[in-house]
Each structure stands twice: as structure tokens, then as C-alpha cells.
Design a binder for this molecule. Structure first.
Ligand code: ZN
Ligand code: ZN
Length: 268
């Protein structure tokens, strides 16, 4: 439900497993609400503050198709590059918990909203770390490619929404824990009768920055080329329809110069 801020249940795993509570990280819930976000506001699916000297990104995959608004009506799209669609724009002032690279204060995300024969789900996402003042000084791209309705898979396009970020404590999904940890803790949740009563985990499902991924399927953390597991950067889920997708998850490595990043998605 748009605008709904998930409340962690009163009793969850944290109350029974102190070590689990110790895994808590602060997350920033973005709480999107359909509206008319301005180009200089943080938004989901809103217009992006885009520099005039940088052309709008296109997806060069050649196997695009879409259901449009009718699943019986699979439509092949004329081959050729199609414009990406704006997904997320975050200004540093709205997400103090997000550690921006030096000199940057704006994070933008676009992806291709069409379906690809090879890779289901929204693909080819692109992340941009930018400096707001530099963009304003250089001027804005005056014309963004039009997104003609019906051609795009509406499921992969968020309704333009304003954001009202709030912070909360976020813990991992139960199935995101290492096997040995989960098994050891299950023993502690065993009742005298032999059954296991496991209260819900304290992972918040929603579009959020930081914290833990809101995986709907088994966890699938990407590793960086440096050998370390990447950190969770942000999750987009719950608040928007993503076709069969449960969520789209972004990760990056702050140990490496250039902030290498990767992404995952999972399906219901
Ligand atoms: Zn594409
Ligand atoms: Zn790395």
C-alpha cells in the first residue's frame, strides 16, 4: 500500500535472540506516496535532475517485448535502443544515513522498463552519483525522451511518487542468516514439546536505503572483484508493482575505488 510505513511486529526474533537483535542496522524507509515530485526533489518514478551535457541513457538490448496493459497481447517492440525510465532520485539531505562519495550529494537510478527475452525482470539498471550544484551550474537536459504509454510494461514503471524518508531498525531476513547460525538459534527456539516456535524476523519489506535486503527468495549477495561481499545499498520492493518480481536489490563495495556495484532481483 503506497505510503504505508511498515511497523515491525511487537514481538519478533529480537526479543528471543539477543545476538539477532545485535545484527540490527539503521535503514531509511523511503515511504513513496503517489504525487507530483519536482525535478529537484527526491522521488520514485519522478523526473530526474539530468545534466544538459549528458545524453539520456538507452537500453541497447535487441529483444524487447512487452505485455503493455494486456497480458494476452504480447507486443514485440521495434528493434532498436529504447530509453531507460527514471526510477529513483535521492538527495543527500533527505537520506542522511546514506554515505555519499566525496563531492556527491545526489544518487539517481534508471532501468529499462521493457521485458527482455533473455533476462526477465527490469534489467540494465544504471546508478549515477552526482553533484547537484554542478548540474545546476551546467544546465539541465531540456528534453527527455518521451515514454509513450502502452509501449512500456507498466509493472516495471513506478507511479511518480514523492518520498517521506523515516529511519527504522532493520534486521536480516531469517533465510539471509548463515546456516550454522540459523540452526544454532533454532535449537534455542525449540519448545519442550519438540516444536519450534519462531516469531517473525525483524526485516522490513519496503523501498529502503541501507539496512538489510528485503529478499522474497533465498538471499543472493553479490561479491565484489576484490573478494569481499558487497554491502546492501538499497531495495526497491513492496511499494511498486514489479511484474513477477519480488524486489530489486542494489549493492556496492565501498572498499574499492569507483564504488563498484551490482544488483539482483527475485520473483514471487
Ligand atoms: Zn531493455
Ligand atoms: Zn571491492
Amino acid at each position: 500500500m503506497p505510503g504505508h510505513t511498515p511497523e515491525p511486529p511487537a514481538t519478533d526474533l529480537r526479543s528471543l535472540i539477543p545476538e539477532y537483535a545485535g545484527l540490527a542496522r539503521e535503514t531509511t524507509l523511503l515511504n513513496p506516496e503517489p504525487g507530483e515530485p519536482g525535478v529537484r526533489e527526491s522521488s520514485l518514478g519522478g523526473e530526474l535532475l539530468w545534466p544538459a551535457d549528458e545524453s539520456w541513457p538507452y537500453c541497447a538490448q535487441e529483444d524487447h517485448w512487452t505485455y503493455g496493459s494486456d497480458w494476452r497481447n504480447r507486443t514485440e517492440i521495434v528493434p532498436g535502443a529504447v530509453p531507460m525510465v527514471p526510477i529513483l532520485q535521492l538527495f543527500a539531505k533527505d537520506v542522511p544515513g546514506l554515505d555519499f562519495p566525496e563531492g556527491k550529494d545526489l544518487l539517481q537510478l534508471v532501468w529499462c522498463a521493457l521485458i527482455h527475452e533473455q533476462d526477465p525482470g527490469p534489467v540494465m539498471p544504471q546508478l549515477y552519483w552526482r553533484n547537484e550544484a554542478e548540474i545546476l551550474a551546467g544546465g539541465l537536459l531540456s528534453e527527455m525522451p518521451g515514454v509513450s504509454e502502452g509501449e512500456y510494461d507498466e509493472d516495471n514503471m513506478p507511479e511518480p511518487s514523492t518520498l517521506s524518508p523515516t529511519t527504522a531498525e532493520d534486521c536480516p531476513r531469517w533465510h539471509d542468516l548463515p546456516d550454522d547460525m540459523r540452526e544454532a538459534w533454532e535449537l534455542r527456539l525449540r519448545e519442550p514439546t519438540g516444536g519450534i516456535v519462531r516469531p517473525p524476523d525483524a526485516n522490513i519489506i519496503g523501498t529502503k536505503v541501507g539496512g538489510w535486503p528485503a529478499w522474497t527468495q533465498p538471499a543472493d549477495w553479490p561479491d565484489c572483484e576484490c573478494g569481499h561481499r558487497m554491502e546492501h545499498l538499497l531495495t526497491i520492493t513492496g511499494d511498486i508493482q514489479l511484474g513477477d518480481c519480488g524486489g530489486v536489490y542494489f549493492f556496492h563495495c565501498r572498499r574499492c575505488p569507483g564504488l563498484p556495484w551490482d544488483w539482483r532481483f527475485d520473483c514471487h
